[in-house]
Design a protein around this ligand. Structure first.
Ligand SMILES: Nc1nc2c(ncn2[C@@H]2O[C@H](COP(=O)(O)OP(=O)(O)O)[C@@H](O)[C@H]2O)c(=O)[nH]1
Ligand SMILES: [Mg+2]
Length: 388
């Protein structure tokens, strides 16, 4: 999206960036849209602004409805160790998967649009549970329908997404690509194959801090600072992953791109010819997103769903215990790479402040009950006893 915008349009975007309320953001975007000239070079950014505007208006609407009591509830309260939203075209088997994997009883029908509202259900995995959320279908040839916007909102709010495509689709690979493009156009990226830039505006940071875990192609940190200053961004952390150009950075100024862990579920593996179609689809899919070939009808492959979700979420289970007592059976759910201090913080704020040492049993311990400091990195299945 190399925007090449006139200064007044840039100023409006800067205003949008600085806006704190939804109303201010809406106003700034409306003004931006009237300030931006209509030509090929601004097509993408106009499209972005219109979509963002539609989302913001929906958000405002939803907030008003909530205030008045009643109204449709868009978001599903998160529960369990992670919320995973099932996304896909009509009839791919999202509701059937929810019914097969969880305790929920969604409506299943051989005709499209039987699912109107998001429905949650809990999937047991070892000693934890994931919350799966069935959604109304995405209609890819009506990209900006209110239902699509609502489903995208659900996806944005989730910890991970499951893209569900039926192997009865005449072209499951093509449908998958269109789903991925649809999400990417709305700033939801599921693969790290393409570079990704994240600009986190943070007034407590002095200047622009670049955290490059990828490569900056054809630009320097000074170029980046100059670009951001045009949008009045002076205090921010810029995270870079993969190969990234200055255009990608400019994109990131207005499209808050987020990376969402994902799993691709190819459903209806029981129908004739499904296996060949699944293989062909896998070749067209991003290589860093796991693919499961399952059948909601026969149960084939469903045992892989829990472990795969656990893996893509990048989480670990850590059990806490008090001296001379048994560990708590309900684990803390922490991000992979978390330290003993992170765990202590999760147990109680004070515990982190007064931390002295911890004892660890399990995969990360050299021997049972090893005494460790605050930076000790935990692993899935560890048991810790924090001493303050
Ligand atoms: N053969 C077969 N049919 C399935 C499977 N999963 C779902 N279906 C059928 O596909 C149709 C749509 O299913 P549904 O779960 O309502 O899809 P949704 O619109 O994505 O929620 C229904 O007729 C289901 O019985 C499967 O694994 N194998
Ligand atoms: Mg359904």
């Amino acid at each position: 999206m190399p925007a090449n915008l006139p200064p007044e349009a840039k100023a409006k975007l800067a205003k949008y960036n600085e806006a704190r309320t939804i109303e201010e953001k809406i106003r700034a975007l409306e003004e931006f849209l009237s300030a931006v000239p209509k030509h090929k070079g601004t097509e993408n950014i106009r499209l972005w602004a219109k979509r963002r505007l539609a989302e913001l208006r929906e958000e405002l609407e939803a907030r008003r409805a909530r205030r008045g009591g009643g109204g449709p509830r868009i978001f599903i309260e998160r529960a369990g160790a992670g919320q995973i939203v099932l996304l896909g075209p009509p009839n791919s088997g999202k509701s059937s998967l929810l019914a097969a994997l969880t305790n929920a009883k969604p409506e299943i029908a051989p005709y499209p649009f039987s699912t109107q509202k998001p429905v949650p259900g809990m999937l047991q995995y070892k000693d934890i549970q994931f919350q799966l959320v069935d959604t109304p279908p995405l209609i890819l040839d009506q990209p900006d329908s209110p239902v699509n916007n609502r489903v995208v909102g659900l996806a944005r709010n989730a910890n991970a997404i499951a893209l569900v495509v039926g192997l009865d689709d005449p072209d499951p690979g093509g449908t998958l690509r269109r789903l991925l493009d649809f999400l990417a156009e709305r700033g939801i990226i599921v693969s790290r194959e393409r570079g990704i830039v994240r600009i986190v505006k943070d007034r407590s940071v002095t200047g622009i801090k670049v955290e490059a875990r990828g490569r900056m192609i054809g630009f320097t940190e000074d170029d980046l600072r100059r670009l951001l200053s045009q949008y009045r961004i002076y205090n921010a952390v810029v995270e870079i992953e993969g190969d990234v150009t200055l255009d990608d950075v400019e994109d990131a100024v207005f499209t808050t791109r987020i990376y969402k862990p994902a799993v691709i579920i190819l459903n209806k593996a029981d129908i004739p010819g499904a296996k060949e179609k699944a293989q062909e689809t896998a070749r067209k899919a991003p290589q860093d997103v796991p693919i499961l070939v399952v059948s909601a009808r026969t149960g084939e492959g469903l045992d892989k769903v829990g472990p795969t979700i656990f893996k893509v979420l990048g989480i670990i289970r850590v059990y806490t215990k008090q001296p001379n007592k048994e560990p708590d059976p309900d684990p803390l759910i922490l991000e992979k790479g978390s330290t003993v201090l992170d765990a202590a913080r999760r147990i109680h704020k004070d515990l982190a402040r007064k931390f002295r040492y911890a004892k660890v049993w399990g995969p990360s311990a050299k021997y049972p009950g090893q005494r460790v400091g605050a930076d000790h990195v935990l692993e899935d299945g560890d048991i810790i006893e924090v001493h303050a």
